[in-house]
Design a protein around this ligand. Structure first.
Ligand code: ADP
Ligand code: MG
Length: 938
């Protein structure tokens, strides 16, 4: 990224034209930004900066030549500036906008320019540059004692032992400069990582002394600041302008102080930002903790594969930007206080029961402007008269909302907070006309009757204009010139025009002003006096109006506390009404909280059910501390099921109803999700190392109040190792942490853990009805029609008690049309395998991997095909290969193909290589199939 003073210009700075010299000077001072210079109707960048602007904005670069040589320039049209500035910010550039700070007409020589705005991705406040329904945060991480590097423990299992007792080592602060929301917390390295994932800042400041590994997970622009701004005393000084510094600990003070000093700098450095009303200090443990992996895995705000929809999209029935941001915040930080959760449920229930009230509130909210950002603009002195009218319109909607929810107990609190600010609303309405112009310096803003002096000036101007309007008539009569005309030009002002033929009738008091081809223009002393009076009055009126407006804006700004409190209440009402709307429209049920375990009747996945017309509801009964092993073939619904259980928990604690017929839920402290590496190719980093690191975090951090989702964990390594790790993890979760766990696994052997451990249970997804019937544990309770057509397998997506029949893979193979003899042979092999396994119930990783490498491939069972080539039985190398008859030619080809497929080292395969490999396997399969056809024809 090229920013700062253009090197090509510095070399010859002595020779530069005055404007370019000025540019270089500014660019040197703002050396981390692209400097844009206001020149006429353009914001211009020069030299290297011009190249960047041209590239990012797709604008034309111009070669310029002057006495000093050639250089490039690129201009952003001022009228279209927001569009291009947004592109620069999205590309993670800072932009310093230098405006003319001197009237060009009054300047002697070069017009003085100064940077009036520094735009950065995390600190923009311009409405056109901001996303409407979400926050834009800039965050800052500082460590307790500058210079003493606290060791990063994120994700590494090495130094975790004393973590819980550790004093918080880092401070994390964030601010939304457009709304003034500012908060700070402290914690260890892992907490920093987690908080940054939740805050999701657009820009990050990192204090010197913070180990870079701590902030590694944050995927956003880094901003360097002068080390002095992180000095504890300097930071304390800045923070003191906003809050009592002693309320915070050392690291928090540095983080918040340095951050606010940066925020001030980006807003022009003229004093504290009044609308940052408070610096909230919070404890992340006071909300349901969702780390980066959980936020991702549950697709709360981002979708990675599939429908493109997220939980937030599904739930977002808000009507205002305030409500939309609030709903996001609720999902991002669900509650852990049972009373607070139930209070939200009460409110949602009240709205759900009252369709009319709900719709009335939502209609009223549709008229609400973004109060927080309005208040910010008003405080920054950037609001125009239209903004104040928007504030008025929003305030005017508040009584309707209050009325709609009057008398409803569950909504009494929020109703109480919905102060319509009558005084403010009346003040604005008295002062500002209903449809004011965009500009606030050209008059037409203030209502008549608001200010005596303004009214007087306006009367003078009006009377003057009336006098002039009647002048033509009067003068025609007086002079007898019946085609005499009165007119006005910008340059000459008012005039009386007489055609050449009538000139002899012109009276003595006319003075010549201008001679035209066919006529002469005159003025009279009285006309001149009136003209001066009108123009003077208008000028004074405009100036006075601006003064009155600025004064009014300041008075409104003084009320930003009350506006902020109202904004908060409006946001809550909108979010509650949205949750109720979602609940009614999508048939959600109110969860009963505080249960000793999870009990869901006919629960659904809120996002998948939207796109899956025949979504099959499933029950979940998981007493506290249960470890449920979930087996079943690929695509049978394991992952969906686990996520829908977790989403029910998240939704309930966010205050929402949940997609189920009935729900009893505990209050969970954390939700963990871990997806086996080979399932996470979309993440780009499909390494076994990462999978294991994440598993370590879970095992270390989960408590008896946590919900843990493990989806095919252990998959990124050899079967024997993976299976051993999976087994050990289950044992640990059961014995040590006691976390309620859902573990989807393709290691079928793990299901015998249910016999050994009290709280380990087996659940499975049947592939088809036949599987359900044949499955050893539990027969299907009701008749089900297998949804199988031709050689296509359709899954029932219905969860059942017990483990899946270990031969489900063979079933699928059979249904998919694999030749009968092969299926029969596979069944035999599976049976043999099971017998042998029963002889040695505990897996020994060492022996498994040893014999596995020696194994001849044809002995692998076909059920492994349907479990992604990592089915059980890897240690089946000792199975007999005593087939009485040699396999046919095509069977050899198939066996080879299977062998290669099964041995494919997934953990070391990049997504692209996987695609190529798949292509090759398909080609070979086709070849084998063709050989098959040929054989039959022969
Ligand atoms: P697995 O994890 O067992 O491989 P998934 O949970 O990924 O299976 O589900 C595979 C597909 O099946 C999903 O994309 C979804 O469309 C569909 N599906 C999952 N569960 C259900 C269900 N309960 N009802 C209907 N369709 C489902
Ligand atoms: Mg899955």
């Amino acid at each position: 990224m090229v920013t700062g003073a253009p090197a090509t210009m510095l070399d010859r700075r002595e020779e530069l034209t005055p404007m370019l010299a000025q540019y270089v000077e500014v660019a040197e001072r703002y050396d981390d930004a692209i400097v844009l210079f206001r020149v006429g109707d353009f914001y211009k960048a020069f030299c290297e900066a011009a190249d960047e602007v041209a590239r990012v904005c797709e604008l034309t670069r111009i070669e310029r030549e002057d006495s000093t040589g050639t250089y490039t320039a690129c201009g952003i049209p001022v009228d279209n500036a927001p569009k291009y500035l947004k592109r620069l910010l999205d590309a993670e550039y800072r932009v310093a906008v230098a405006d003319q700070v001197e009237d060009p007409e009054e300047a002697s020589g070069l017009v003085e320019r100064a940077v009036t705005q520094v735009l950065t991705p995390g600190t923009v406040v311009e409405e056109e540059l901001l996303a409407e329904g979400s926050n834009t945060y800039v965050a800052c991480v500082a460590s307790e004692a500058e210079g003493t590097e606290a060791s990063a423990r994120t994700g590494s299992g090495a130094t975790r032992e004393d973590e819980d007792q550790n004093d918080p080592a880092y401070g994390v602060a964030y601010v939304d400069v457009s709304t003034g929301e500012c908060a700070v917390t402290a914690g260890d390295a892992a907490a920093v990582d987690e908080e940054l994932a939740r805050i999701d800042p657009a820009e990050l400041l990192v204090a010197p002394g913070v180990d870079p590994a701590v902030v590694d997970g944050a995927d956003c622009m880094r901003t360097e600041r002068d080390p002095e701004t992180f000095d504890p005393e300097a930071a304390r000084g800045v923070l003191d302008r906003y809050a009592d510094p002693d309320r915070f600990d050392a690291a928090e003070r540095v983080a918040a102080g340095a951050l606010l000093s940066y925020a001030e700098y980006t807003q022009g450095d003229d004093g504290p930002l009044e609308y940052v009303r408070r610096v909230r200090r919070y404890d992340p443990r006071r909300s349901l903790r969702l780390d980066a992996t959980a936020l991702r895995g549950l697709e709360l705000f981002e979708n990675h594969v599939g429908s493109g929809r997220t939980l937030f999209d599904t739930l977002d029935e808000t009507r205002s930007a305030l409500g939309r941001r609030r709903l996001r915040a609720w999902l991002r930080r669900p509650l852990v206080d049972r009373e607070a959760i139930e209070a939200r449920h009460d409110a949602v229930a009240a709205f759900a029961e009252r369709t009319l009230a709900r719709e009335a509130v939502r209609d009223a909210l549709s008229a609400a402007y973004d109060l927080e950002r309005l208040a910010g603009r008003i405080s920054r002195g950037r609001a125009n008269a239209r903004d104040l009218r928007s504030l008025y319109d929003t305030l005017a909607a508040v009584p309707d909302i209050r009325e709609a929810i009057g008398g409803v107990d569950a909504l009494a609190e929020v109703r109480g907070d919905l102060d319509p600010l009558d005084d403010l609303r009346e003040l604005i309405d008295e002062a500002v006309v209903e449809e004011p112009p965009q500009e606030i310096t050209e008059g037409g803003v203030i209502r008549a009757g608001y200010d005596g002096e303004l009214d007087e000036i306006r009367t003078t101007a009006r009377e003057g204009r009336e006098w002039i309007a009647n002048l033509e008539e009067r003068e025609r009569e007086r002079t007898g010139i019946d085609n005499l005309e009165v007119g006005y030009t910008q340059v000459h002002g008012y005039y009386i025009e007489v055609t050449n033929g009538q000139l002899e009738k012109v009276p003595d008091d006319y003075t010549r002003r201008q001679t035209l081809k066919n006529s002469e223009r005159f003025y009279t002393p009285e006309l001149k006096r009136r003209e001066d009076e009108i123009l003077g009055a208008e000028e004074r009126a405009d100036a006075l109006e601006y003064e009155l407006f600025a004064d009014l804006r300041d008075r409104v700004a003084d009320e930003s506390d009350r506006i902020g409190a109202l904004a908060d209440a409006v946001a809550r009402v909108d979010a509650l009404a949205a949750l109720a709307t979602a609940a009614v429209q999508r048939d959600y049920v109110r969860p009963e909280m505080g249960a000793d375990g999870i009990a869901l009747d006919r629960s659904r996945h809120p996002v998948v059910e939207e796109t899956e017309p025949e979504f099959v509801p499933n029950d979940a009964a998981l007493p506290r501390g249960t470890v449920a092993l979930i087996t079943g073939p690929n695509m049978s619904g394991k992952s969906t099921y686990m996520r829908q259980v977790a989403l029910a928990v998240v939704l309930a604690q966010a205050g929402s109803f949940v997609p189920a017929d009935a729900a009893r839920l505990p209050v969970v402290d954390r939700v963990f999700t871990r997806v086996g590496a080979s399932d996470d190719i979309a993440g780009g980093e499909s390494t076994f190392m990462r999978e294991m690191r994440e598993l370590t975090d879970v095992l270390h951090d989960a408590t008896g109040d946590s919900l843990v989702l493990l989806d095919e964990v252990g998959r990124g390594t050899s079967t024997a190792d993976g299976r051993a790790i999976a087994r050990a993890a289950v044992e640990f979760l059961h014995d040590e942490t006691g976390a309620t766990t859902l573990f989807a696994t393709h290691y079928h052997e793990l299901t015998d853990l249910a016999d050994e451990y009290e709280r380990v249970v087996n659940r499975h997804f049947a592939a088809t009805e036949r599987d359900g019937v044949r499955g050893s544990e539990a027969p299907a309770s009701q008749p089900e029609t297998p949804r199988v057509s031709g050689d296509e397998v359709t899954f029932l997506h219905r969860i059942r008690e017990g483990a899946a029949s270990s031969s489900y893979g063979v079933e699928v193979a059979e249904l998919a049309g694999v030749p009968e003899s092969v299926v029969a042979r596979a069944h035999d092999l599976v049976a043999a395998d099971r017998d042998r396994d029963e002889g040695e119930p505990t897996v020994d990783a060492g022996s498994g991997s040893g014999s596995g490498s020696a194994g001849a491939t044809p002995q692998r069972t076909l059920d492994e095909i349907s479990t992604n080539g990592h089915g059980h039985g890897d240690d089946g190398g000792d199975a007999p290969s005593a087939d009485p008859e040699p396999p046919a030619v095509r069977d050899d080809a198939v066996a080879d193909l299977l062998a290669d497929l099964l041995d494919h080292p997934l953990a070391e395969t990049t997504p692209l290589e996987a695609l190529n490999a798949l292509h090759e396997y398909q080609r070979r399969a086709e070849e084998a199939a063709n050989a098959d056809d040929a054989g039959e024809r022969a």
